[in-house]
Design a protein around this ligand. Structure first.
Ligand code: DP6
Length: 333
């Protein structure tokens, strides 16, 4: 059906995001429907660029990642994802996918959000699907839940929805990146161990943690509080809700059976240092995703003092200073 159509190569660029209200737990694993709504800031410094070209002469999908041919497992993952796109478009052609990650993944920063946001955007356009950003966030979601938020820039809410088919579950921008010039310090620790993936961790927690139901209720409450603080630009309240929500998410892992945690010694050192900064009158707040690295949020005026104070800790390898970043852009048509 698609044999004689010409498809052009499309390149999309998508940024990573840090959740302030965490997505933690699925109500549907196939459709990536979350148990709770979440809210994130898109990060300007970390991104993925992905090109997709559906070519007539290919006998299978080819995936080139950071300029190397990807292994079979990674290629199969991309292929399975492209199958959704091909099915929607009614096209049976294989694709050449080339992706470059500007997210320090080896350092423990996640890349699935920017990765699937870039792949879904490039693939949808390359195959000729006419989708708006809402639909695009739903397409990205079925690659990785947090990717639904990376379609947009600035401050982004992903609404959990209630319907079984996921049609009311999507992300949207609530404030542009220029709305509030916050600073997000991504702290890379030196003593990282390989941790349990967010996908496996959240599943295990939903299935075994007695704290899980409380988490779902608290996350919805925190979301309301955070949105209110965001509207008022009340940084102190904004920071306290962010920090408290991260701690509650991590607390669910301690209740799981068997229990587990993502923190390392360096994680705790940074948390303590951030609290000491606050005791000395500098407003800074921490949050952690499913890994030991910490993100510290502060106001631009405090950036130097926060960065310099944290750099005194032995466990810190590097600090990336980020700001709210943009949504998906296309580098060619
Ligand atoms: C702790 O989006 O990586 O970072 O949907 O299974 O791919 P899958 O999970 P993923 O989970 C992210 C979890 C988190 C919190 C968040 O980003 O909201």
């Amino acid at each position: 059906m698609s044999e004689h159509r010409e498809f052009e190569q499309v390149t999309a660029k998508a940024h990573a995001n840090i959740a302030l209200i965490k997505y933690w737990g699925k109500r549907d694993e196939q459709l990536f429907l979350p148990m709770n709504s979440s809210l994130s800031i898109t990060l300007d410094k970390f991104y993925t660029e992905t090109s997709v070209h559906f070519c007539e002469d290919l006998k299978a999908d080819v995936f080139i990642f950071n300029k190397c041919i990807a292994n079979v497992a990674e290629t199969n993952k991309v292929s399975r994802y492209l199958d959704h796109i091909r099915k929607m478009a009614g096209v049976e052609r294989y694709a050449m996918v080339q992706s470059i990650n500007y997210v320090p993944t080896a350092a423990g920063f996640a890349s699935s959000a920017s990765g699937y946001a870039a792949l879904s955007s490039a693939a949808a356009r390359a195959i000729g699907l006419d989708v708006d950003e809402k639909k695009l966030s739903q397409l990205a979601r079925i690659g990785s839940g947090s990717a639904s938020r990376s379609i947009f820039g600035g401050f982004v809410e992903w609404t959990k929805g209630n319907l079984d088919d996921g049609s009311d579950c999507y992300a949207r921008q609530i404030e542009e990146e220029s709305y509030w010039d916050l600073c997000i310090l991504a702290i890379q620790l030196s003593d990282k161990k390989k941790s349990i993936s967010s996908r496996a961790g959240m599943k295990h927690t939903v299935e075994t943690s007695p704290f899980y139901n409380i988490w779902v209720k608290e996350a919805e409450k925190d979301l309301g509080l955070l949105k209110d603080a965001l509207q008022q630009k009340d940084f102190e309240r904004f920071g306290h809700v962010t920090e408290s929500n991260a701690l509650k998410m991590h607390a669910t892992t301690l209740g799981a059976n068997p229990p587990y945690w993502y923190w390392e010694a360096g994680t705790i050192s940074v948390m303590n240092q951030v609290r000491q900064l606050r005791d000395s009158g500098v407003l800074a707040f921490f949050t952690m995703d499913a890994g030991p690295n910490v993100f510290v949020i502060c106001q631009q005026k405090d950036k130097e003092v926060v960065e310099n104070t944290l750099l005194t800790l032995d466990e810190i390898e590097q600090i990336y200073v980020c700001q709210p970043g943009p949504g998906v852009t296309y580098l060619s048509k």
